[in-house]
Design a protein around this ligand. Structure first.
Ligand SMILES: [Zn+2]
Length: 280
């Protein structure tokens, strides 16, 4: 019975080897399980240095990655949602908005900023998946429309970073109208000869794919992103067939002609400034 007995008394780890690390200093890659320091992860644009897994990030991090010196002016930052349909599911819609705002520190599922990418002025709108699944409601549509209008007014390019589960169910028809509204604004931008680059990140689905996300002069994605319209289960049940391997991955979507390229996040800023330089 001696196999579970300590052979040495007490705890023998020397004090200098006891790592007192507070929570939040380490990041574990969800794909390859490599553990790295949070700073190291951030320095590599939130991409795993071992397996190139692109972690899901939000507007705060994308603005950090793209804007020169993380300097930008936010547009329409105080817009918040109404409750046009008096919608109640497990809780009234306004309560859900307030609790999401408290949880995330965001006002809604998109933020827009004006700043520079390698010295070039741009407007960027970036969605936040943490806010009700990055769903597109009236506020998202309005903020994107205003960002496009800002680009038109200043005659500068517009960049959209999508990350969304699609329409916001609690706004039903109002949510669907945002598809037409943002598409119409993009048509005006196009008419005025201003560039629009769409970046589809993990995941981009539903009404967002079916409107502004796929309307770029360039449609770009990051490796391994999920891009689709309806989910795989719905499609499988509708067509009654099994789906091919890798269905709805960025790589599959690129191969089938819906994307122009897949760009590593660490290369994204350079790629954007090269493209915008060409389009000037
Ligand atoms: Zn990894």
């Amino acid at each position: 019975m001696s196999w579970y007995k300590r052979t040495e008394k007490g705890i023998v780890t020397p004090t200098e080897e006891k790592l007192e690390v507070p929570d939040g200093l380490w990041h574990q890659c969800p794909n390859c399980k490599k553990i790295m320091q949070v700073e190291e992860h951030a320095a590599s644009c939130y991409v795993c240095p071992a397996c190139n897994y692109h972690d899901r990030i939000n507007s705060k991090e994308y603005f950090e990655v793209l804007f020169d010196d993380n300097a930008f002016v936010e547009l329409g930052e105080n817009l918040t949602s109404g409750n046009p349909l008096d919608f109640v599911d497990t809780q009234p819609y306004p309560n859900r908005i307030v609790s999401s705002q408290k949880k995330t520190g965001l006002k809604d599922a998109v933020r827009s900023g004006v700043g520079k990418i390698n010295g070039m002025d741009v407007t960027i709108s970036c969605m936040d998946f943490r806010f009700i699944g990055g769903s597109m409601g009236s506020v998202v549509g309005e903020k994107i429309s205003r960002a496009i209008d800002h680009s038109r007014k200043k005659k500068i390019p517009f960049i959209m970073i999508s990350k969304s589960g699609g329409a916001r169910m609690m706004e039903a028809g109002f949510s669907l109208m945002q598809m037409a509204k943002t598409s119409a604004k993009l048509a005006l931008l196009d008419k005025e000869g201003l560039p629009y680059i769409s970046i589809l990140t993990d995941p981009t689905t539903g009404g967002v794919t079916a409107s502004y996300a796929m309307l770029g002069d360039f449609n770009i994605s990051e490796p391994g992103s999920l891009i689709g319209f309806a989910g795989p289960r719905v499609i499988r049940e509708t067509i009654g067939k099994d789906l091919p391997e890798g269905f709805q991955s960025a790589e599959f979507v690129l191969e089938h002609g819906f994307l122009d390229f897949i760009v590593d996040r660490k290369e994204m800023k350079k790629k954007l400034s090269d493209l915008l330089g060409m389009l000037k």
